[in-house]
Design a protein around this ligand. Structure first.
Ligand SMILES: Cc1cc2nc3c(=O)[nH]c(=O)nc-3n(C[C@H](O)[C@H](O)[C@H](O)COP(=O)(O)O)c2cc1C
Length: 177
């Protein structure tokens, strides 16, 4: 008799891609520009698929579509930087969400320890060396080891329902130091 558990399993249920995107748009996220460098080529890409992985060792991840120019630069440059945008930086978010035209000669920045651009005026900066990567479907999960970071007190930019938003605190809450 043929067929183990896999053969007997019901076909995997799936959902409509457009409905899935609409669902994920309900999730509010911080907005990051992921910068990268290979040789003389600098690039930046707006991303919300960014999160912390562990604190010890300090690791973060970003999920990048393999079609994006950033994919090749991160893979070849073996580094990336996370530039957490502030509430007044939605223009940068739009600029780095478009392909081409990301002219670093007109965007205020400096080069960090990895050589990746660090944008001025961000709410935080995280510099990473590439630790490992995992190809998943159309995307790659890049995991970076944090080699430097800095923060400011400026308010963050968020993305929700295909729009940029500024946060406001709920009255009476205390922050966690
Ligand atoms: C709010 C927002 C979030 C995005 N998040 C991601 C993301 O997490 N990963 C990704 O690969 N692309 C993401 N994109 C799309 C890229 O920013 C876009 O494809 C960009 O042009 C890629 O630039 P590049 O080709 O120069 O790397 C996002 C776009 C927007 C507007």
């Amino acid at each position: 008799m043929s067929g183990g558990p896999a053969a007997m399993a019901a076909p995997r249920a799936s959902v409509d891609a457009a409905a899935f995107r609409a669902t994920m748009r309900r999730l509010a996220a911080g907005v990051t520009v992921v910068t990268s460098r290979h040789g003389a080529r600098l690039n930046g890409m707006t991303a919300t698929a960014v999160c912390s992985v562990s604190a010890d060792p300090p690791l973060v991840l970003v999920v990048v579509n393999r079609r994006n120019a950033s994919h090749e630069l991160i893979t070849r440059g073996r580094a990336f930087a996370l530039n957490f945008l502030g509430a007044d930086q939605s223009e940068l978010a739009n600029l780095f969400a478009a392909s081409g035209g990301k002219r670093f000669d007109t965007i205020p920045h400096r080069l960090g320890k990895t050589g990746c651009p660090l944008l001025e005026g961000c709410t935080a900066l995280v510099e990473c060396e590439l630790e490992t990567l995992h190809d998943v479907a159309t995307h790659t999960v890049f995991i970076g080891r944090v080699i430097d970071n800095e923060t400011s007190q400026s308010a963050p930019l968020t993305y929700h329902d295909a729009r940029f938003w500024a946060l406001r605190p709920i009255d009476g809450q205390r922050g966690v130091d």
